[in-house]
Structure formats: structure tokens, C-alpha cells
Design a protein around this ligand. Sequence first.
Ligand code: NAD
Length: 248
Amino acid sequence: MPRIMLVTGGSRGIGAATARLAAEAGYDVAINYATRVDAAEEVADAVRAAGSRAIIVKADMAEEAEILSLFQKVDRELGRLDVLVNNAGIVAPAMPVVDMGLERLERMMRVNVVGAFVCAREAVRRMSTERGGRGGAIVNVSSIAARLGGAKQYVDYAASKGAIDTLTTGLSQEVAAEGIRVNAVRPGLIETDIHASGGQPDRVERLKGFVPMQRGGKAEEVAETILWLASDRASYVTGAFVDVGGGR
Ligand code: NAD
């Protein structure tokens, strides 16, 4: 029986690459998206072309009710969840902490932290062997910013990823005996649209010289690590952080 994976923010960037690779690995895939239905449909078509089932589900990670509906739709249309990839995330334009308004801070924390927490909770409710589930894996998409700090640019974003790291550590220990592994990838400078949405479309080009490997990473290079952490090949790996940052 094919395993079932839910990828939040699965219509673009790292999430889309993960959904495509997951299909090649034989998973049926639920692709969550926020706004771009066309992009989500394109990823779903690629998943189906690889011979797997795909559904697309609109849900804003800042809204608990929408996340609950998302999980119910996955239950109904694909079946019991095996893997959650907590990938959806946002950045905001670079600025020092003294200039950050409450609206920006609240949005950042709701999407990047609260959304990921609620998704993790819903996944555990379904996967836990103590609740009649068959176990599973959660892969959180953090960032190397969690340990670098993002000074003068996006300390809010870095702090949100720090929270994801602590969620990964704590939850991994809490649910290890319930058949669920919880790990995180920490991407470095990856070539996706997130830099443009943070107001810095030239960011990879500008900063790649600071990366020991002297280049930006591809979404697929992060997705490969996500797929490994999700798979049985990582069966004794939990509470781990894997940097995918070209040595940065
Ligand atoms: P991206 O902008 O291409 O993709 C982000 C995805 O999140 C999109 O599919 C978007 O629709 C979704 N999303 C945003 N807000 C959402 C919301 N409210 N509800 C549901 N979905 C929402 O960027 P990406 O680089 O692919 O980012 C994926 C993850 O990787 C993010 O968590 C990001 O923080 C992390 N990351 C990226 C980099 C990088 O350099 N690209 C580095 C470190 C970490």
C-alpha cells in the first residue's frame, strides 16, 4: 500500500520539489497551498504523472480551522497519514528589530510557528500507536538562520525557526515511544521565490560568495534530505537536525 505524505506549502519551492520526489518514491501526496492554485495543480499533475495519487488543499497556516479541514480532507480522500512535511513558511522585508511592528511579528509567528505546531499536533493524533495509528514521521523545515540569528535583517524569522528547532527536539522525545520520528532540515541559501517575497530577489546572487561551496542550493537538494528523513532508511534517526547549506 502506498504511503501518504502531506506537504504544507507544497505548491512552490522546496515544498513542490518534495512533493515531486515523494511521488517518484511511491508516496501519494497531499499538496497544501495558500494562494497559487495553478502552481498547486501543476505539482499535482506531476505527482499523478509519476503514478501516484495527488490532492490539492487550500489552507492558510495562520488559521487553525483551515488546518483542521485540511487534515480531514486528507483523511477522507487519501487515507491515514504517514508523513507530515511542515514546510510552509514566510519571510518579511529585511529590517532591524527596533522597526518591527506587532502585525509583522504576529503574522510571522502564526504562519511559521503556530501553523507548524497545529499541523504537528494533528499528525500525531493520527499517527500515534497509542491512539490506534501505525506510527509515522514528521519533517520540519527550519533554517540555518535559527543558529545564525539574522541580525539586522530578519531576527523575527530566525526566532520563528528557533522555535521550530525546539519543537523538533521536544516533540521527538514526547512521541518517540508512539512510533513517530520528528526531525528537521535546516536549509541554507536556496534558490526559491522566498527571497523575492522578502524583498530581496537578488539575495542568492549577492550572498553565494559567503557559502563555502560558492553557490546557492536547489530546492531538490533540500527535498532529497527531507525524503531520507521521512523514509525507513532513517529508522533510528529522531530529534536530529540536518543542515543543507553548502557548508555555511
Ligand atoms: P517559497 O516561498 O518558494 O515557498 C513557501 C511556501 O509556503 C509556498 O508554497 C507558500 O505558498 C507557502 N506558504 C506561505 N505562507 C503560507 C500560509 N500562510 N499558509 C500556507 N502556506 C503558506 O519558499 P521556500 O524557500 O520553498 O520555503 C520553504 C521553507 O523553507 C520555508 O519554511 C522557509 O522558511 C524554508 N527555508 C528556505 C530557505 C531558502 O533559502 N529558500 C532557507 C531556509 C529555510
